[in-house]
Write a protein that binds this ligand. Structure first.
Ligand code: FES
Length: 167
């Protein structure tokens, strides 16, 4: 019998170690990939979302414009639809968030017949001027947020929500 001969015990050790390592890698690699997947994704923050609203059709009267974008929440992707109140202010296109700064209900343009030229939140009678400035004495304590706006091929593009720059 040769001195270098592998014993049955050594053979079993090598085999089980190799097979066990291979199986562990097969289990751990997908878990590792799953855990760091969001870090590997290319970020699209700051991108503008195209709307179906033509710039030429926007006038001084606020209109509600819906837009849809893909939202990535860790590993979960979903299509989210949001809205903006859009109007023209001189050369500028204004897009305001419809989310009330009191408790988050949706505001409507001239939603209260008693107060023309204002945004109205029906939840607690919150009111805002056309610029989004909250009207003192009503529940909201801050102005409506604004969306960054851009234009492509004559259509309105909406970007990130930012603090109101009009007030
Ligand atoms: S949520 Fe708008 S006034 Fe309260």
């Amino acid at each position: 019998m040769s001195k270098n001969r592998v014993t049955r015990r050594q053979f079993l050790n090598y085999t089980l170690t190799g097979v066990g390592g291979f199986m562990a890698a097969g289990v751990l690699m997908p878990m590792l990939r799953f855990a760091i997947d969001p870090a590997l994704q290319v970020k699209a923050e700051g991108d503008f979302v195209q709307t179906s609203k033509k710039i030429a059709d926007i006038n001084e009267d606020p209109v509600k414009v819906d837009f849809t974008f893909e939202q990535v929440d860790a590993w979960y992707k979903s299509d989210v639809t949001e809205a903006a109140w859009v109007y023209r202010d001189g050369d500028r296109i204004v897009a305001l968030s419809p989310v009330c700064k009191h408790l988050g209900c949706t505001v409507n343009w001239e939603g209260d017949p008693a107060h023309k030229n204002q945004f109205f939140c029906a939840c607690h009678a919150g009111r805002y001027e056309k610029s989004g400035k909250n009207i003192p004495g009503t529940p909201p304590l801050g102005p409506l947020d604004e969306y960054e706006v851009s234009e492509k091929d004559g259509f309105l593009l909406l970007g990130k929500k930012i603090a109101n720059t009009l007030v």
